[in-house]
Design a protein around this ligand. Sequence first.
Ligand code: DGY
Length: 341
Amino acid sequence: MMRAMTETTKTTETRKPIVFCSWPFPDAGLSLLREVADMRVWQGTEAAPREALMEALKEADAVFALPPTDRLDSAAMAQAPHLRVISGFGVGYDYVDVAEATRRGILVCNTPGTLTETTADQTWALLLAAARHVARADRYVRSGAWQGYDPMLLLGADVHGATLGIVGLGTIGSAVARRASGFGMRVRYTGRTRRPEAEVALEAEYRSLDDLLRESDFVTINCALTPETRGLIGARELALMKPTAILVNTARGAIVDQRALADALQNGRIAAAGVDVFEQEPISPDDPLLSCETAVLAPHLGSATYATRARMARVAAENIVAALQGKRPKHLVNPQAWHGD
Ligand code: DGY
């Protein structure tokens, strides 16, 4: 249930910049902002709805945004005459119209490096859970259906010694690859560009997307959502995968055609999936993926540890403080919008 209210702190002296926080973010970030800004903190159990964001933008100098839920598009920016900086609580910035922000001189910031290892851990959590039916097994035991040790019950796939295909060998993809060596896996990757140094360091071999899909036992999606990667994995691509293969997505839901994935799972064209991100969040209650027994689903938990969420909040807040003080933020997505020293 949404609680439509914001926490407001004001001073009567010279006007402090106004920061709209579209979520009651961890105090590691909010405490930094309180020192320099008048805060408008959305106090909901869900993200601030569009109307609240649009209203807040009328006076905000900065937005502490919640990707991928908030939509900072041209209509939102047209509403925001004072807006100087949009700082997202996370790495992905597909929720912002960056070209429009740049045109308006609005700085867009993110938090690279704050969640790499934690998101790689979640990729592995889902990979292992999907391979060994962890969520299904839990449901089975709780249901009371378990009759005793059954040598043929819920057989899964070996992870050790298998071939891992990584779509996007960036920072998170590389962290996923590093973990694969502990499982004695062969690592393949695909992406826009070859990464010769990573190929050596991670013993990863480059493949075209189609070849990677044909060859891999596990495919993990670790690329950013861009116009080029939207819908990258559709029915055609899923059909290239082995019937025993498992797909894991901790990047963005829209990279995978969710209906095609549900169809592939229901028809046994692939064996299982681990899905942390969805085309629409929250997932619609009638989405066919919800009735796929072999899908392990999580509600966008890639970076969900106490330490990482605090780090993300702190770095996102530091970006805002720097921008409001006329300094170049450390993590600027659109350096073209920076006209300072
Ligand atoms: C990110 O960093 O983009 C996470 O998905 C949080 O939105």
